[in-house]
Design a protein around this ligand. Sequence first.
Ligand code: ATP
Ligand code: MG
Length: 437
Amino acid sequence: MLLSKLFIPITKDLPSEAKIKSHQLMLRTGMIRQSSAGIYSWLPLGFKVMKKIETIVREEQNNIGAQEMLMPTIQSADIWKESGRYDDYGEEMLRISDRQKREMLYGPTNEEQITDIFRSSVKSYKLLPQIFYHIQWKFRDELRPRFGVMRCREFYMKDAYSFDLSEDAAVLSYNKMFYAYLKTFQRLGLKSIPMKAETGPIGGDLSHEFIILADTGESKIFADKRIFEVPINDYKDIDASLKKMRSDFSKFYAVTDDKFKSEDFDKNVEKNNQIQTKGIEVGHIFYFGDKYSKPMNCSVDAKDGKKVFVKMGSYGIGVSRLVAAIIEAKYIDEKMKWPKAVAPFDVVIIPAINKNDNSNLEKARKIYEELKGKNLDVLLDDVEENISNKFKKHDLLGIPYQIIIGSKTTKDKLEFKEIDKNSEMMELGKIIKLLKK
Ligand code: ATP
Ligand code: MG
């Protein structure tokens, strides 16, 4: 892509509500544009990053055997009346009526919808267990939308739902998802910590929020710092090893403020291991048994012929929130550095362009074609602009690698720079190898 052609409409005057770095940066680099309170358009640069995140989320869901589908954004109120949540959900739900005056809603989540699909087509225990997921827009009429896409009204979420015959089997599904979440956030370049969360009237300890540390986070967290060192081993489809992984994490105290009690904290964690800080919730997994299957009459025939209400769990990841969360976690001073896996481009070529001399730009174009031929996603900064302005701009854009074509360039070596490190002179072949790694 040529920078001169890339649509990055920069918002010059930052709105006063853009208080945190990620919100400011996303506006300054033209990633998003607000269309109304808490509702955003995703412009090419922001959309590209979000799609890369989505791909990683999808791969890790598929890896544990979850099946992708797509449910609609608009749902009928009837199924929500069956579960009893139509009244309970309150004003966060956007209610709509169609031309026949039928009550509809823009889905804030999909437990009812998936339960309805499941009950109408699965009758036997033989089809269990199942995990389904979709990646779809959600709408929640948040009282105070804020921090850009971090807490907005329309947002993009991966939500998965598991169906099992018994509670023991449901725990296995839960453990798989627990693992998939750790792996997903690791691949996104993030350190996520599973924190025990409120389970409400269902009880038990099967609810975790996945939090990444950031000063601007809205979740207060209290943890034993040793939880940060727990390794994430590779999944080999062995239930026991997944159980062990969850128990390895469970050994260390880690809760958000709604579950926090200072007596518990002091009892379970030595003073020098205690940390109290803030974080961003990027995912939430939850086991809720027959909370929906019972009122919605979703049962299967067990081996002995008895009807059993299926045991369900739901598992969300805020895909659009993650774009902002990654920025919050990675931004230092005036510099952004995207993790390689989700960077909008693999590398940017920055030629020093002089009005009377096109040779650097010519060289840059040749390298650009060569890198594209190697299937690298390259940006060429072909804009005629002072080189120090260019560097400032690329500090903001945060593309992890730069090839600088200027006075240092020799016949066979180019200036190559990882964004937060010193540059090195390198042959193109070596650069390509490094980028391909
Ligand atoms: P929160 O406590 O932040 O309101 P929640 O508990 O309501 O989150 P879930 O219903 O578990 O969230 O949704 C799953 C994920 O969707 C969350 O972990 C978060 O990443 C994302 N999410 C939830 N609400 C929003 C929102 N208003 N804007 C952007 N992302 C959101
Ligand atoms: Mg919420």
